[in-house]
Design a protein around this ligand. Structure first.
Ligand SMILES: Cc1cc2nc3c(=O)[nH]c(=O)nc-3n(C[C@H](O)[C@H](O)[C@H](O)COP(=O)(O)OP(=O)(O)OC[C@H]3O[C@@H](n4cnc5c(N)ncnc54)[C@H](O)[C@@H]3O)c2cc1C
Length: 436
């Protein structure tokens, strides 16, 4: 639990006093990206304040039913924090990805798939990554519990460099020259050399820095739930495309899987309403000759889907991180991966700046971070969008083109290796935190 003593000791509107501002960095947003960043910053020797508007990760209107597919190189960040993927995070190895296209929705649903692409860790990953899975499937609520426990430990240490303010909602951030002032909803003001906006897609700090966003709603909603499978999944993730949206099953511990079933907003609303037996029967038709699901574990929850891209990732003394900077369609499982790659790049940039005596919040420092992340972010946002357009359309020409694309990729070991490395987050200029 966050220290209420910190919170209660600073009640009421106060003018900012740099001498009483003990922080190098204030991180707004203790979601998976902000929490991971705070722990990494603290391990790198920075004094950090982590604030979040919600009382605790579990204290949300509805439980987080989602799991996240995290690339093997990206998951190294948590290992470096001393968190065990197989232990406290309870992650499941992702050994193979099967992508299929073919069965139409409606009465014909369930027909055999017309084309498929299979990527396998032990065949398609490069030799130097032998033994790694393609990625790890992490249940969001278990991940947040593990991060929460580590934050608590860090905060309880003598001379702790990490302090949490919770519940505390950030309202605005102002550049005051050598430091930034961050105002909280309850009137408190914190100061730091650098402020990180990791508040998710709706960000007060991004708005206060007048950073605009572009994007759109997909008119689709993902229904997420945990399901029990009839047969052992052997670490296989399924992604099946249909014209109304993809259906994905991500392998979890204990022969369970995380289901993400994307449909129109109306279709998803209906999927939430029907009783479990009806839902399972529709799902089995939709999965066709894919894995058989025998039961639901826990509730179903809906996530309306949209694309969001911030016009820039930094402003004076402020950097955007995670979904605050970029929100992608979940079909490629890239959202949190991008946020964690932001974490690794930011840690590398500010550590380097600190080591040579530079100001960690200076524009030139933050420009390096923004520059490093620009290409990966843009290519991930737009490739997920392109895949959605290509596979979410049943025009004959497009269908032939994507079937050809799947068949070509499936038949070419070179292409499969590139896709495996992409899935594993192993392509591009990787910050030290993501390297073996
Ligand atoms: C159905 C679905 C499936 C997905 N699957 C995958 C996947 O397989 N792989 C993957 O990589 N990604 C996946 N994603 C994306 C992933 O869930 C998100 O990218 C990720 O949760 C974003 O994390 P974040 O920390 O940036 O933001 P969030 O998780 O949104 O956290 C933001 C935090 O900020 C706090 N906050 C908000 N406003 C304020 C404020 N003003 N002041 C203080 N605190 C504030 C909130 O309380 C919250 O704790 C999926 C998404 C969906 C919808």
């Amino acid at each position: 639990m966050a220290r209420s003593s910190v919170a209660s000791g600073r009640k009421g509107a106060q003018p900012f006093d740099p001498a009483s501002a003990p922080f190098d960095v204030v991180v707004a947003g203790a979601g998976p990206a902000g929490a991971t960043l705070s722990l990494c910053l603290r391990d790198a020797g920075f004094r950090v304040a982590l604030i979040d508007g919600a009382p605790s990760p579990a204290d949300t209107a509805a439980p987080d039913t989602r799991a996240s597919a995290i690339a093997y190189s990206v998951a190294r960040l948590w290992r470096r924090l001393g968190l065990s993927l197989e232990g406290e995070i309870g992650a499941s190895r992702l050994e193979r990805i099967v992508v299929t296209d073919g069965a139409r929705p409606g009465p014909g649903a369930g027909a055999a798939f017309s084309s498929r692409l299979v990527i396998t860790a032990d065949q398609d990953l490069p030799v130097e990554d032998f033994g790694e899975p393609l990625g790890w499937i992490v249940e969001n609520r278990r991940l947040m519990a593990a991060l929460e426990a580590r934050l608590e430990e860090a905060e309880a240490e003598a001379g702790a460099k990490l302090v949490r303010y919770r519940p505390a909602k950030a309202i605005s951030c102002v550049d005051r020259g050598p430091h930034a002032e961050i105002s909280l909803e309850d009137g408190r003001v914190l100061g730091a050399k650098l402020v990180i906006a990791a508040e998710g897609r709706l960000s007060n700090l991004r708005a206060s820095a007048a950073i605009s966003t572009s994007g759109w709603a997909y008119g689709q909603t993902a229904v997420s739930a945990t399901v029990v499978l009839a047969e052992p999944h052997e670490g296989v993730a399924w992604q099946h495309f249909t014209p109304t949206g993809p259906v994905a099953l991500l392998p979890l511990l204990g022969n369970r899987a995380s289901l993400v079933w994307t449909d129109s907003a109306a279709g998803a609303a209906a999927l939430l309403e029907i009783p479990d037996a009806g839902f399972l029967s529709l799902l089995s038709r939709r999965l066709g000759d894919g894995p058989q699901v025998v039961a639901l574990e826990g509730p179903r929850r809906a996530f309306p889907l949209s694309l969001l891209s911030a016009e820039r990732m930094s402003a004076p003394r402020l950097a955007l991180l995670g979904d605050t900077a970029h929100g992608v369609h979940p079909l490629a499982g890239q959202g949190l991966n991008l946020g964690l790659k932001d974490v690794a790049a930011l840690i590398a940039v500010v550590s380097e700046a600190q080591s040579v005596g530079e100001d960690i919040g200076a524009e030139v420092t933050l420009a390096r971070y923004a520059q490093w992340r620009r290409f990966d972010t843009a290519s991930s946002i737009w490739s997920a969008d392109l895949i959605w357009r290509l596979f979410g359309n049943d025009q004959l020409g497009l269908r032939a083109a994507r079937d050809l694309a799947l068949a070509t990729a499936g038949a070419s070991s070179a292409l499969r290796r590139i896709l495996a490395r992409e899935a594993g987050g192993g392509l591009g200029d990787r910050p030290a935190g993501l390297q073996a």
